[in-house]
Write a protein that binds this ligand. Structure first.
Ligand SMILES: Cc1cc2nc3c(=O)[nH]c(=O)nc-3n(C[C@H](O)[C@H](O)[C@H](O)COP(=O)(O)O)c2cc1C
Ligand code: SF4
Ligand code: SF4
Length: 435
């Protein structure tokens, strides 16, 4: 069994799987159940100043389901903890005392004033927890009050608050970023400049999941009205993965540890985040959908994968980052064609119709008067659409051609040439013509 012990900014945990700040980490009862189930750590549900906030008493969740009713996206309009600060602090102290080997980080959100941050940090330090996470991400409710994503959308505020916090506490400070911003590198750089020990991302994405077409209100509705909520779950993983990779390859963020969050449901999701630069991961929706025991699959799957590859956890972190590049450096001479495995094909015709209607008319529908689906290399541009719509896994694959030129375009199909070197690019740096 591979060693899954993790050290994230000096915070040790038996594995890199933490529960993200949210209902699963809202109170002692839940967190103890989570630790019993095997989670390596938790980020406690965000604490704020007293008096506690008030949540809506009607539905606070909306969801997007796949055709088989699997939940792929969750929307929520919940705020930070609605329990008194002292109650939370006492529970945190007790849990840390009883579970010394687990990571216990406390999420915080108070008004953007230095005395407020100083006061809460002092109170939290007294619990002996392992660190704090600054919640600059909540996109609803708190942002209208000048907190959460209202801070996370202004890099100068992030830097300022991170600096205040670092000056007021000995604990590691993680800054949790909002994805509701154009370029994630700016808030990450600000956190780095402010002295934060790490960033975590993403918090939830502004969303309205559906509209009631009888009552004409966003769902879920509270007394006939709805507001946007924060979107999370498997649907946001691609967005979050891209943001994690942007920070991981940014020179100005070099050395800044990342805690990856967003749609992680299986060990594979977690491994992908790590390969793109995350030192550990946090999970919320998957636990809220399937319960705490999902961590068992995460631990055994990651351990098996590392053993198979002969890698350690730290070998995995960032392993894919050098292979993330900008479009302009992709090899334009890499030419592929779709290949259909006739033994697997169920002759549904979906590949034909999408290629015929929306791509390049490169898949036959009949041969000798019978249904037959086959790729016409001279038309195929290698786009991969048919692979993605085919209902049979691995029935269509993409294969690099061996010919010197592409039968579709006549362009070279060997070697390496990117857009910065291409003759169609007016800015291309072409080799000097021979004398
Ligand atoms: C109901 C709910 C409440 C949440 N509350 C908080 C919170 O108090 N503080 C915080 O930093 N993030 C909060 N989040 C965001 C999660 O910690 C996490 O960043 C987000 O859900 C993305 O991860 P996931 O796709 O695994 O759910 C909440 C998410 C949900 C679904
Ligand atoms: S790869 Fe694209 S162009 Fe080629 S057959 Fe499939 S859908 Fe058509
Ligand atoms: S989509 Fe797949 S299964 Fe359906 S006809 Fe095309 S190759 Fe065959």
């Amino acid at each position: 069994m591979a060693d899954l012990r993790s050290d994230f900014v000096g915070i040790k945990s038996p594995n890199p799987f933490w529960l993200a700040s949210a209902p699963p980490t809202d109170k002692e009862y839940n967190v103890v159940r989570a630790f019993k189930a095997g989670w390596g750590g938790v980020v406690w549900k965000t604490l704020g100043e007293d008096p506690p906030i008030v949540n809506v008493a009607g539905p606070r969740y909306g969801a997007v389901h796949a055709g088989d009713r699997r939940l792929i996206g969750l929307n929520n309009s919940e705020l930070i903890t609605d329990r008194e600060l002292q109650v939370n602090l006492e529970e945190i102290k007790r849990v840390k005392r009883d579970w010394p080997d687990r990571a216990l980080v406390v999420s915080l959100m108070v008004p953007c004033e230095e005395p407020s941050w100083k006061a809460i940090l002092k109170a939290v330090e007294d619990t002996d927890c392992d660190g704090v996470e600054l919640n600059f991400g909540c996109p609803h409710g708190m942002s209208e009050r000048g907190m959460g994503s209202a801070v996370g959308q202004v890099p100068e505020y992030i830097e300022m608050v991170a600096r205040w916090c670092k000056a007021s506490t000995r604990m590691p400070v993680i800054v949790k970023l909002t994805p509701n911003i154009t370029d994630i590198r700016y808030p990450a750089r600000a956190a780095h400049k402010g002295g934060a020990d790490a960033v975590s991302l993403v918090n939830t994405i502004n969303s309205i999941t559906s509209v009631d077409l009888d009552n004409f209100a966003p769902e879920p509705s509270i007394d006939g009205k709805g507001s946007h909520g924060g979107y999370c779950g498997p649907a946001i993983k691609p967005i979050a993965l891209s943001m994690v990779s942007e920070i991981a390859r940014d020179k100005e963020c070099a050395g800044l540890p990342i805690s990856g969050i967003g749609g992680i449901t299986t060990w594979r999701d977690a491994a992908e985040y790590m390969a793109l630069g995350a030192g550990n991961v946090q999970v919320c929706t998957a636990a809220m959908t399937y319960g705490f025991k999902i961590v068992e699959e995460m631990k055994s799957g990651l351990s098996r994968y590392l053993d198979e590859k002969g890698m350690t956890l730290s070998d995995l972190t960032g392993r894919a980052v050098p292979n993330v590049t900008d479009w302009q450096y992709l090899n334009l001479n890499f030419v592929t064609k779709a290949r259909i495995d006739q033994d697997l094909c169920i002759e549904c015709g979906r590949c034909h119709i999408v290629c015929e209607d929306t791509s390049h008319q490169a898949i036959t529908a009949t041969k000798d008067g019978r249904r037959h689906f086959e790729v016409i290399d001279s038309q195929c541009v290698g786009c991969n659409l048919c692979v993605n719509v085919c209902p049979v896994e691995d029935c269509i694959t993409m294969e690099r051609i061996t010919a010197a030129t592409d039968p579709q375009s006549g362009a070279p199909a060997t070697g390496y040439r990117n857009w910065t070197q291409h003759p169609n690019n007016p800015m291309a740096k072409l080799p000097e013509p021979a004398e």
